[in-house]
Design a protein around this ligand. Structure first.
Ligand SMILES: [Cu+2]
Length: 140
């Protein structure tokens, strides 16, 4: 089944390979105040969207968080609340590494992206802000 999908989207092959390579990469540490290990999330963006399991990334206040983004197109990401930006592109992962000091639910938006109704392709010059995913920081 996967083989058929890969054949249909042969130009997506590098992204798919990354997706598969990072599928087991997400993990979280138990709630240990002394933990130095960051909570790591690998997020793969394809045509401005992500797979559902990454819709909300859950961490705890005080956690160190490492978000790793790859995208099949060059995009501007903006994490509200923390006001952090990342610019992943094809073959160019982007990292957000920060301490989750603020509790709450924060959207990570694609800035300036608008999907074309006819082709479904991303128009990166549009003014629309789409929430790609949410970071949820549970208060301590
Ligand atoms: Cu924004």
């Amino acid at each position: 089944m996967i083989g058929v999908t890969v054949l249909k989207h042969i130009r997506m092959l590098p992204v798919l390979a990354l997706l598969i390579a990072t599928a087991g990469f997400e993990f979280s540490m138990p709630g240990d105040a002394d933990a130095q290990e960051p909570k790591v999330f690998s997020v793969t963006v394809m045509n401005g969207a992500i797979d559902k399991k990454h819709e909300t990334l859950k961490v705890e206040q005080g956690d160190t968080v490492l978000l790793r983004f790859v995208s099949d197109q060059a995009i501007d990401l903006h994490m509200h609340g923390y006001d952090l930006t990342a610019r992943p592109g094809p073959g160019k992962p982007a990292l957000l590494h920060f301490e989750a000091k603020l509790a709450g639910r924060f959207p990570v938006e694609i800035h300036g992206a608008k999907k074309s109704k006819s082709s479904g392709a991303l128009n990166l010059s549009g003014g629309h802000h789409d929430a790609l995913l949410y970071l949820e920081v549970a208060p301590n």
